[in-house]
Design a protein around this ligand. Structure first.
Ligand code: ZN
Ligand code: ZN
Length: 150
C-alpha cells in the first residue's frame, strides 16, 4: 500500500499516513498540528494522481536514498584514499551500484514536498525538473500534472 509522508506545516516533523477515503486529517505526533487530507479511491489503490495535502498534480520521482548518508560515505571514502590507493572510492562506487540502485523510487509533490512511497504508477512520474520546481515554488504556477516538454 502507498505510504504518505507529510511534512508538518508547524514544526516540520514527518507524519506518515496510509491512504483511506475515511481519513480526512493527520495529526502531528510532535506538536499536535492537524493537516487536512483529501484521499480518493486512486490513493487507496496506490495510484498517485492528486496530492492529498495540496490537491496539486505535479510530482517528481527520485531514489529513496538519504543524501546525508551518501555525502558522509563519500567523505569517508575520500579521506581513506591515501591508505587504500583509491580502493575506498571503488568500494563506494560498487556499494552505490549494488545497494542504492536497488532502492525503490519515491514520488514527491513539488508544491508541499509530501513524499509518496510504494506508488503503483511511479514509472509515469517524471524526474525532477528544476524549472518546474522554481515556477511552482516561487511563482505558485500550477502545471496540473502536465510536465514541461523541453
Ligand atoms: Zn508538528
Ligand atoms: Zn502537495
Amino acid at each position: 500500500m502507498m505510504q504518505i509522508q507529510i511534512t508538518c506545516g508547524q514544526c516540520g516533523s514527518g507524519v506518515t499516513v496510509l491512504p483511506s477515503v475515511k481519513a480526512t486529517a493527520a495529526k502531528c505526533d510532535v506538536c499536535q498540528h492537524i493537516t487536512p487530507l483529501k484521499f480518493d479511491e486512486n490513493h487507496e489503490r496506490s495510484h498517485l494522481e492528486d496530492c492529498p495535502v495540496c490537491s496539486r498534480k505535479d510530482f517528481y520521482q527520485q531514489k529513496d536514498f538519504n543524501r546525508i548518508i551518501g555525502a558522509t560515505l563519500f567523505i569517508i571514502a575520500a579521506c581513506l584514499v591515501p591508505w587504500t590507493y583509491g580502493l575506498s572510492l571503488l568500494a563506494l562506487y560498487l556499494l552505490d551500484v549494488f545497494l542504492f540502485r536497488r532502492l525503490s523510487q519515491i514520488a514527491i509533490c513539488y508544491k508541499c514536498k509530501t513524499i509518496f512511497r510504494s506508488v503503483a504508477n511511479i514509472s509515469n512520474i517524471p524526474g525532477y525538473d528544476h524549472e518546474m520546481n522554481d515556477r511552482i515554488v516561487y511563482s505558485d504556477h500550477d502545471f496540473k500534472g502536465k510536465p514541461l516538454s523541453h
